[in-house]
Ligand binder design. Structure first.
Ligand code: PEP
Ligand code: MG
Length: 764
């Protein structure tokens, strides 16, 4: 059953249009179930009727012609009840409604299952049979599973049809729809109107489609160049690693031998020529064939070589993709909206300065690192738009609504005007806030709190300078690592860090040690785990690789010579012993730098509180270090057991959850008890509603993206500390996250500052 299911889903998935997908669906299901009829009805959102879209067994002339409302017939009943209906004799049922012209009067038994995607009913899948019988439990289970698996595929195909101007409710009549809305999640606030450029995610062999080409010799050349590129890259990584991890150098020697082995390369070239296949497709076929061959071997050592082959294949594929992206670079339009299945931080820097206006990612959520970077850069972003037909969107005009997390294709004149108005209002708000740039974040009754920025790139650091930040509360050092194709050397790191320290001196810059793992991958240091967020992340990686850690700390210390504004922060701390170990290494690196004759002060060292264990040990940790900084993004994820990247559970991820607020208050109190400064550098700090609660809890500093800093400051300057304290008392007694946020937002509106929390109503 599972194999049949998988095969059908794959076939439907491979269809090039909604019409083809539905035809394949009804044909395959009817055959697999050995029934007389299989039909699919889809909801037309405009008429709210379920239209017969494809059938195997009923009269073909009825397709696109007959429809039912949710109060009509058995199909309507399945849709209204949102559950399967299995009847031995359909015509004797009171809800039976004969659809004339379909020829269904011949069929007695009926099984209809709803097709539901993200709680939204899309349609009904029906099988019918002339013989009077009840479909058995296994048949019902098959249909339910089938429809659950197909829901996402159909939603995607439907969106594709609509976006491309294919009217899903009339297959013959290709009508261009305007203002087609694809839902997602808000990633970074703001709206943008622009033209789509699609970028592919990092090389994934399994995603490569077949594609026929005319110029095969050009493909052969591209392949040969890619092989050479991969060889150079492997050599470089191998050399860097040779200093760091001599044991693993051997792996790279194996790769080089594989690259040099003509058999593999020749086989790819043969396929390109024989099958007129593009280089990526031929590479995928050969690599997966080789890998499968190794995987079947009994010898464990040889079986593991399959992983090496695939890794090598991915590297060559990455080289091939690079050549394609270089071609694309020339075509970035003035108002580029970058669209991708999965946006990565490195994609943001591919668009030439000043051309990028919006971002849309089919995967990920507001808490993904790329969304955090987008907020830092002030680029309106929609994440988790799962139904986005990315591959077919190149060149389309799009409106990105980063406030509500929506994307509109083919915007009408009216919609464009409405969003243009919002862009203007936003500009005016930002301009208005410029006046408070040099004023402190101080309440009306004189309570001060320091506001700093989070940075990762030098671009966002420079952008923060004119926002009135009092330093950097979190510099994500992994970001420059992610932009490279190998570990940056000590001197390269020194240069990168020095630019940050110099830009902000004498204000402090808090540099977090390398925080990779989770959703932050380095292509040249792959970590593959079933549960990456509970795995080898942050300090766990760097303590296991003291050579990487020591090199980074030395680079930070050297960069700080002459400025002395460095602070060091340790991510993902779970136990005090990790802090002791890290401190020991920091002292060692410090000693080494001093021994080299450099004059530098010992920086302050702090830890991040982002694992629940650290909340319960906050006092002990506070007694060991110079400051605590709460990473509310991860803390929320771990406290609520909600993957911060998973759009399916994004609605459960809420930093205003009472459990998170109580944990935050506990950390603030622990810090105070030990006289240790406490701050928050997660996204909650940059949310004006979150910021005032944190201020009332007693946090000394909040660090956030540069876009939100003036908003938070403006709000603080418009209230007094007693109002914030009363509000905190009130919400700490509440048990519902939504009610908590609404209460705070309402209080902000009452202060006349509503524009700061939800700047504009973008409901189209
Ligand atoms: C956090 O977890 O809140 C944090 C600031 O770190 P990051 O988002 O980089 O994981
Ligand atoms: Mg974190």
């Amino acid at each position: 059953m599972l194999t049949t299911l998988k095969r059908i889903v794959q076939e439907v998935n491979g269809a090039s249009s909604l019409g083809e997908a539905l035809t394949i669906l009804v044909d395959r299901v009817q055959r697999a179930m050995e029934t007389d009829v299989c039909s699919v009805y889809l909801l037309n959102p405009d008429t709210r009727r379920y239209v017969l879209m494809a059938t195997q067994g009923l009269n073909q002339d009825a397709v696109g012609q007959v429809s039912l409302s949710s109060s009509e017939g058995l199909v309507g009943w399945v849709a209204a009840r949102e559950e399967p209906i299995n009847l031995e004799d359909a015509s004797s049922h009171p809800r039976y409604h004969y659809l004339s012209g379909t020829g269904e009067e011949r069929y007695k038994s009926f099984l209809g299952v709803p097709i539901i995607h993200h709680r939204r009913i899309l349609g009904v899948l029906v099988i019918q049979q002339s013989e009077q019988r009840k479909f058995d439990e296994s048949e019902e289970a098959f249909m339910v599973t089938m429809s659950a698996q197909l829901a996402a595929v159909l939603a995607h195909a439907e969106a594709t049809g609509q976006i491309l101007g294919f009217d899903s409710n009339n297959q013959d009549n290709a009508k261009k729809k305007s203002d087609v809305m694809i839902p997602g999640a808000p990633g970074a606030p703001g709206v943008a109107i622009g033209t789509v450029v699609v970028l592919s995610p990092t090389a994934d062999l399994y995603d490569v489609p077949d594609r026929h080409v005319k110029d095969v010799e050009r493909e052969v050349q591209r392949f040969q160049a890619a092989i050479e590129g991969a060889r150079v890259q492997i050599q470089q990584v191998g050399e860097t690693l040779a200093d760091l991890r001599p044991g693993e150098q051997a792996l790279f020697d194996v790769y080089i031998r594989m690259v040099d082995d003509d058999a593999l390369g020749n086989e790819v070239i043969r396929r390109i020529r024989d099958e007129q296949q593009w280089a990526q497709g031929a590479l995928r076929a050969v690599i997966l064939e080789y890998a499968a061959h190794f995987e079947q071997m009994d010898d464990v050592y040889l079986a593991e070589r399959a992983t090496d082959i695939k890794d090598l294949g991915a590297r060559v594929l990455a080289q091939l993709q690079e050549t394609i992206e270089l071609v694309q670079e020339l075509d970035f339009p003035a108002n580029t909206i970058l669209v991708s299945e999965e946006l990565t931080p490195s994609m943001l820097v591919e668009v030439p300065e000043g051309k990028l206006v919006g971002l849309v990612s089919a995967r990920g959520s507001a808490n993904s690192h790329v969304a955090i970077l987008a907020r830092a850069l002030g680029i309106p972003t929609v994440m988790g738009a799962v139904d986005l037909p990315c591959k077919q969107m190149e060149g389309l005009e799009l409106v990105v609504d980063g406030y509500r997390g929506r994307v509109y294709s083919h915007p009408s004149k009216r919609l464009r005007k409405q969003f243009q108005g919002i862009v203007e209002e936003e500009k005016a708000l930002v301009k208005g806030l410029e006046t408070i740039k040099d004023l402190p974040a101080e309440t009306l009754d004189g309570k001060r709190i320091a506001l700093c920025v989070n940075t990762g790139l030098i671009t966002d650091a420079l952008r923060s300078l004119d926002r009135g930040a009092e330093g950097v509360g979190l510099y994500r050092t992994e970001v420059p690592f992610m932009m490279k194709d190998r570990f940056p050397s000590e001197s390269e790191q020194t240069d990168i860090y020095q630019r940050q320290l110099k830009a902000f001196a004498p204000q402090p810059v808090t540099m977090r040690t390398l925080d990779i793992g989770g959703d932050k991958a380095l292509t040249y240091f792959p970590i593959e785990e079933d549960n990456p967020f509970l795995g080898w992340r942050g300090i766990r990686v760097t303590l296991d690789h003291p050579e990487i850690f020591l090199l980074q700390i030395r680079a930070m210390l050297k960069a700080s010579v002459g400025y002395n504004n460095l602070q060091i922060m340790l991510p993902m701390i779970t136990s005090p012993s990790e802090v002791e170990e890290a401190q020991r290494l920091i002292y060692r690196a410090y000693q080494e730098v001093v021994d080299e004759g450099l004059k530098v002060e010992m920086p302050k060292v702090g830890v991040m509180i982002e694992v629940p264990a650290a909340v319960y040990q906050a006092r002990t940790l506070a007694s060991m270090v110079d400051f605590l900084s709460v990473g509310s993004n991860d803390l929320t994820q771990y406290l609520l057991a909600v993957d911060r990247n998973n759009p399916r559970v994004a609605e459960l991820y809420d930093a205003f959850h009472p459990a998170v607020l109580h944990a935050l208050q506990q950390v603030a109190q622990a810090g105070k008890a030990e006289n240790c400064p406490v701050s928050v550098c997660g996204e909650l700090a940059g949310n004006p509603a979150g910021a005032i609660l944190l201020m009332a809890m007693g946090y000394d500093m909040l660090s956030m993206n540069a876009t939100n800093l003036p908003r938070v400051k403006s709000l603080i300057r418009h209230m007094n500390s007693e109002q914030a304290a009363d509000l905190l008392d009130k919400v700490m007694a509440m048990d519902n996250p939504q009610i908590i946020s609404s209460t705070v937002e309402l209080a902000i509106k009452k202060l006349g500052q509503g524009k700061l929390v939800r700047p504009v109503d973008t409901s189209a």
